[in-house]
Design a protein around this ligand. Sequence first.
Ligand code: SF4
Ligand code: SF4
Length: 465
Amino acid sequence: MTRKIIPIVSAGSEEIGLYEATQKIYPRTVRGMFARWRWAMVFLTQLVFYGLPWAEWGGRQMVLFDLAARRFYIFGLVLYPQDLIYLSGLLVVSALALFLFTAVAGRLWCGYACPQTVYTEIFMWVEHKIEGNRTARMRLDAEPMSLEKLVKKWFKHLVWIGIAMWTGFSFVGYFTPVRELGMAFLQTQMGSWEVFWVFFYGFATYGNAGFMREQVCKYMCPYARFQSAMFDRDTLIVTYDPQRGEPRAPRRKGPDPRTLALGDCIDCGLCVQVCPTGIDIRQGLQYECIGCGLCVDACDTVMQKMAYPPGLIRYDTQNGTEAGWSRRVLRPRVLVYTGVLALLVAGLLASLVVRTPFKVDVVRDRASLARIAEGGRLENVYRLQIMNATEKPQHYRITADGLDGLSVSPEEVVEVDAAQSRWVAVRLQVPYGAVPAGSHTVHFAIREEGGGAQVSEKAAFLVPR
Ligand code: SF4
Ligand code: SF4
């Protein structure tokens, strides 16, 4: 990468550069196996991201974190805020899976599936289509403003903004039913929060993929900072083979490099020109390398033209490059990550299987204190919220115990629609004078009719003096 040092401090006759300005990177387009894999991942990830909000499951949105209704739908699961533990578990499993993946495969996530990489790839493709190849883009940027330059730049930004806004809309579609959101958008009746998040996420996409690009990976991404802790000498990395490549020098195709006392690197610089983070992988492993493999494609193309064997730059491990060891996938670090991950996944699945298919919240009706009801019985009133976490309407029978002569009035069976919650008022009564004054603990038992599931909830029954 070309860098410009801006001197800002003078010490006598010496100028000291304290700020290193980064110049724009113009990556060259490259063809090859890893470039194709990158595009395959762009299609796959965007198919999932843009498509999932529109997919349906049993007549509702397949994945929806409906914050307004306080319900999360994930395929066949209906989760309530009380089930947040499952979402937290899912996040922990995802993080651990990423640790394991990093220990084994290095930064393949960064190079192929990270949203920053994927959107940068899409935005660069748009740029390439509108402004031309690397040379044309460099020339256009260096030119003074003209009508042609203005039109190209405006058109590029218009397309970028379109993609960014669609991305923001899709993101919000995971939190607000996407079809309703679409209708509200068409009728310009979107809520202010939805508008804010569409613009916020869209603006972040536009800024990160259009302008920040490799700066996000180098300076902002926390994962890039701590992943070196998961690396060891058997982790897969993109590496240049200096034993084979050095001494490097340009030459014509033809003679065997050994007869020229040269290595295989012809110092063409293509590996640097295609690099989206602008580094020279021949200088060794660098934290800026996102493991995208584009330099591998570029160098393999050069090797093919020179009739040299491919793999001067390749995916390998440090042990593989330096000592010729084969890769050790089964090593202590990997086994520990795998073991912990397997335990967590098993625990999460087991708790999902035995999970009670409904939830209950009991709230004492503070507007109505203890009172004497018809028939001379002492009564406390409660509000029960019953949350049906199944895809079918259910009936629930409410009973209570904990005090002599305690009864539920009216004793009823409550129906709650599929994946819905319902508030019901429940009165508990005891014979007047049967219970001493004070606060007494009672237990509600809510049983699913036709199924064995039962939830027990504690409450306080007040007897005035
Ligand atoms: S692409 Fe290959 S041959 Fe060209 S400079 Fe890079 S390592 Fe050397
Ligand atoms: S050095 Fe190679 S693998 Fe690393 S970011 Fe640059 S092009 Fe991608």
